[in-house]
Design a protein around this ligand. Structure first.
Ligand SMILES: C=CC1=C(C)c2cc3[nH]c(cc4nc(cc5[nH]c(cc1n2)c(C)c5CCC(=O)O)C(CCC(=O)O)=C4C)c(C)c3C=C
Ligand code: FES
Ligand SMILES: [Fe+2]
Length: 427
């Protein structure tokens, strides 16, 4: 494999410590001189021979205060991967965002004044990296980063921080883009990857070099954990939370409780384009039910649809109302496609569905979100370790576009991340 960072330059950094010391480690690159593989320089200051490694948690983010709701919604409605508005995106997007802001601000005010997603993401990433330092010493130290799509810290700021910390920018270095959506949708993980790819190109993309554009030397080597819908640790964390909630019912009622797995819905236009999310959410549900021994009846239902177009159903709120009408008053709601609390659990499920649709009936309960759950954080560390050991740039599934995809962004982004494979080797 060709050497991307000149060995002589790398060796001049062999005595440095801290983030820029990554330039002296093999990272995930093979080091060659005159086409012969050479031993990497010795690791410094307890760093693993392949570290440091940046672990970037990608998610949509949320407004931490009600004042940030306006900018959060403007960024969200400007995202053509989530809400395609064609040539009028930059005109209609801000209008819709402005119109929705007061209503959504009120909802955030009612859940304590903001979304807890930043607090949870930073905690999960930091705790996961501590575990990973122990279980994957070769790639240590692992440095946690958070990159949100619509709120601070934005992907652009995270990338600039990576560069400021000595990753890339001529130093080389290894970073893992770790989606915090367990199930892949082009509207969520796909959008975050498109944004990461955009900033990668702007901040350390191809430069003019001779006749053709060339990749700059010492850019960050990226790989992606793009989906993990049936990871055993994720399934176990969900299953234990469900068991805890079921234990709150008297024994004679417990087996009659209906489990309602609730996921954010998708517009039918996205489903029909061939988005993988509905099938992957269903895979998570089935794996959790198998772990629970299929003792309770269950359904996968969909929440949070926005706007007048058709969305995937059945809707969570209709399902609860219909079951109540039929006399079924024991049911447990399980948010299955998001790992931290957010407005859809704290407002939509707790206040609207349980508080209003179910009129606060004591038989209708919600399972707590994974948040700081240690089983979940260990699952994240196990996933990252397996990924680093695999030497893979992304899952085999990621390069396959939706059958109905016409986005040049998706094409280029997937080619870029899948193409990183040529620089990676197993840890
Ligand atoms: C797996 C989770 C999510 C998928 C899939 C998803 C798709 C999706 N969402 C919209 C439109 C909106 N989503 C909004 C908020 C929002 N969405 C998710 C998760 C998924 N969205 C969350 C967790 C949140 C709330 C964030 C928080 O801080 O709690 C909003 C804004 C709120 C509003 O105006 O009602 C919109 C709009 C589309 C169109 C879509 C698929 C194409
Ligand atoms: S929309 Fe799914 S790959 Fe482009
Ligand atoms: Fe959404």
């Amino acid at each position: 494999m060709a050497l991307r960072v000149p060995l002589s330059r790398a060796c001049t950094r062999a005595t440095t410590s801290g983030p820029s010391a990554r330039a002296i480690s093999p990272l995930a690159l093979r080091w060659t001189r005159n086409n012969a593989t050479v031993a990497p320089p010795a690791p410094q200051n307890g760093a693993g021979s392949k570290g440091p490694t940046a672990i970037v948690f990608m998610n949509m983010g949320g407004p931490s205060t009600t004042d940030e709701v306006g900018s959060f919604l403007s960024a969200l409605f400007a995202d053509a991967d989530l809400i395609p508005l064609g040539r009028l995106q930059n005109y209609i997007g801000p209008l819709i965002a402005r119109r929705r802001t007061p209503k959504i601000q009120k909802q955030y005010a009612e859940i304590g004044g903001g979304s807890p997603i930043r607090k949870w993401s930073e905690y999960q990433a930091a705790e996961m990296c501590k575990l990973l330092d122990k279980t994957s010493p070769d790639t240590a130290p692992h440095k946690p980063y958070v990159a949100f799509r619509y709120a601070n810290p934005l992907t652009e700021d995270m990338y600039k921080q990576l560069l400021a910390d000595g990753f890339g920018g001529g130093n080389g270095g290894r970073a893992v883009a770790f989606t915090q959506y367990p199930q892949y949708s082009c509207s969520t993980t796909g959008s975050s990857l498109n944004e990461l790819w955009k900033w990668r190109n702007r901040l350390e993309g191809k430069r003019a070099g001779g006749e053709a554009e060339v990749e700059p030397e010492g850019a960050i080597q990226w790989s992606v954990i793009d989906r993990w819908p049936v990871h055993s640790g994720l399934v176990e964390a969900f299953a234990q939370n469900i068991e805890k909630t079921l234990a709150e019912y008297p024994a004679e009622r417990r087996d009659g409780v209906i489990l309602l797995f609730s996921a954010h819905s998708l517009p039918m236009s996205v489903v029909n384009r061939g988005d993988p999310y509905p099938a992957e959410v269903a895979a998570t549900v089935y794996a959790v039910m198998q772990r629970l021994g299929m003792k309770n009846q269950y359904r996968l239902v969909w929440q949070s649809q926005v706007g007048p177009t058709p969305w995937l159903g059945a809707q969570t709120s209709d399902t609860v109302k219909n079951l109540m009408k039929k006399g079924q008053t024991d049911m447990v709601l399980i948010p299955i496609a998001f790992t931290s609390d957010h407005i859809e659990t704290l407002y939509e499920l707790d206040k609207e569905v349980i508080g209003e649709d179910a009129e606060g009936h004591e038989g209708v309960k919600r399972v707590e979100s994974l948040n700081g759950n240690p089983i979940f954080i260990k699952a994240l560390a196990d996933l990252a370790k397996a990924h680093l050991q695999s030497g893979q740039a992304c899952s085999a599934q990621m390069p396959l576009r939706c059958p109905g995809c016409v986005s040049e962004r998706c094409l280029a982004q997937k080619e870029f991340f899948a193409g990183q494979a040529k620089y990676l080797q197993a840890a």
